[in-house]
Design a protein around this ligand. Structure first.
Ligand SMILES: [Mn+2]
Length: 453
């Protein structure tokens, strides 16, 4: 990571910060629009918290994606400042035409640099400065950079929660995420220690905690309650107590055996000391927000970020339980059904509404567990009446060989007058059901040419 590139990004973020400050000083309400996933909710949390602390007001809406319809609505609104998180880079022109000024804090790859010189708009995106928005920084990180001059380092924790939500943590944070981590550690917003990276350790019995640990994946245990129980019985550890209640010798034994299954299970764990145990670990925090997003309870997720511990947090934890149970069922389904393989991609198809919102995550975990072939990108296809929602996922290794799902899905969608795009490693599209066969073939061809085959 070149420090120079980071420097340019930070400068751009400073400009955004000045614009934001100017509007807050004029007591203008800030119109915030963000994405409804874990990263988008965290990003909204960062900006809304910062605005509140500066004594300002906001009006926030979380949406699945920025569509023409939403832009139409926004173009009627008379706010003096619009703030877009986790989206907007693909809509520079329309955002430039809004009635007020605008800040875009996005991290999706953008070919569109037009608008960088628009006076009423400040576009903050790592891709503009040659950085990788897939790994180096998430939208909540970009958003954090725009409020960094306000000197509120405690919100750096939320920036990392969002990065985890976008799967930017794998064996460490890198790039700008790493810079933000250092700031979080220095300020005490986050504490780091070496431990097992187990999910829901203070909430669920141990066998469930292990099964719900999707990242890093534990072969034979992740997504497999029976496997997890059998593993613990063999070790003579009670499977029904919580990890946090284990004796030290039991923790040592567990660690020793789990490392044999996947060495990545042990390593730095990041905690936010000011939060209650259930969301103290930033992975747990991120999963709660994910669960809120998947159940369309965006306000609950955002309220948790804004500090509601009495009603929003218990509700979020309930949603997480439901989400974890759904994931276990769905992983069992993938294990049974497998994927349909084409020459260069593979796909999984469903008409089940419950699975629709988790298909992308399922594909990622399926690859990690090697239930799905890691050598081919996975397309998940969820039918919704006339349309099919597509989520594409692949591995870092394949992106290094040239695979870019964001570009493949964007190009393939264009052929059917649909929209698609995203990151090289994870992308999405929505296509008409009647074009599905052609779409699949086209993506297969595009991936083959990306691989230079
Ligand atoms: Mn994001």
């Amino acid at each position: 990571m070149s420090p120079k590139k980071q420097h340019y990004l930070l400068n751009r973020a400073d400009e955004a910060s000045k614009l934001l400050k100017k509007h807050l000083n004029s007591e203008n309400m800030v119109r915030v629009i963000s994405h409804n996933d874990s990263d988008g909710i965290s990003a909204a949390g960062v900006i809304c918290n910062a605005i509140s602390q500066e004594g300002g007001k906001f009006h926030v809406t979380l949406v699945p994606r920025l569509k023409g319809q939403i832009m139409d609505r926004l173009s009627q609104e008379r706010y003096k400042l619009f703030y877009f998180c986790d989206m907007g880079s693909a809509y520079i022109e329309r955002i430039g035409q809004l009635k007020g000024q605008a800040i875009i804090a996005d991290h999706h790859q953008t070919i569109d640099t037009a608008g960088d010189d628009l006076e009423n708009l400040i576009h903050v995106n790592p891709h503009l400065f040659g950085m990788d928005g897939t790994r180096d920084i998430s939208a909540s990180g970009v958003t954090y950079l725009t409020i960094r001059p306000f000197e509120k380092p405690k919100f750096s924790a939320l920036a990392l929660v969002g990065a985890i939500g976008d799967m930017q943590y794998s064996n460490g944070f890198r790039g700008v995420n790493h810079t933000i981590l250092n700031e979080a550690l220095d300020s005490g917003a986050v504490e780091q220690r070496e431990d097992l990276k187990i999910i829901s350790r203070t909430e669920e019995p141990l066998f469930k905690s292990l099964s719900y640990t999707f990242q890093p994946a534990l072969p034979g245990i992740t997504g497999d309650l029976e496997g997890s129980r059998a593993f613990l019985e063999k070790l003579g550890i009670s499977y029904s107590i919580k990890y946090s209640e284990l004796a030290d010798e039991e923790k040592d034994l567990l660690r020793e055996k789990l490392i044999l299954l996947n060495p990545q299970i042990f390593g730095p764990v990041y905690n936010t000391p000011h939060n209650p145990p259930a969301i103290r670990n930033i992975h747990d925090y991120s999963q709660v927000l994910d669960a809120c997003g998947n159940n369309k309870r965006y306000a609950t997720g955002l309220s948790i970020c804004l500090g509601d511990r009495d009603s929003a947090l218990p509700e979020g934890l309930e949603l997480l339980k439901k989400y974890q149970e759904t994931m276990i069922k769905a992983l069992g389904w993938i294990r049974r059904e497998g994927a349909q393989e084409m020459d260069y991609v593979q796909y999984i198809y469903t008409e089940d509404k419950e699975k629709k919102s988790i298909m992308g995550t399922l594909a990622s975990i399926g690859i990690d567990l090697e239930i799905l072939n890691p050598q081919k990108p996975v397309l998940t296809l969820s039918r919704m009446h006339e349309l099919v929602k597509v989520s594409g996922r692949t591995t870092l290794e394949l992106t290094q060989k040239g695979v870019n799902l964001g570009i493949a899905l964007e190009e393939a969608s264009k052929n059917f007058n649909s929209t698609g795009g995203g990151h090289n490693i994870a992308a999405g599209a929505v296509v008409p059901y009647k074009n599905l066969e052609n779409f699949k073939n086209l993506v297969n061809d595009l991936v083959s040419s990306q691989l230079g085959v």
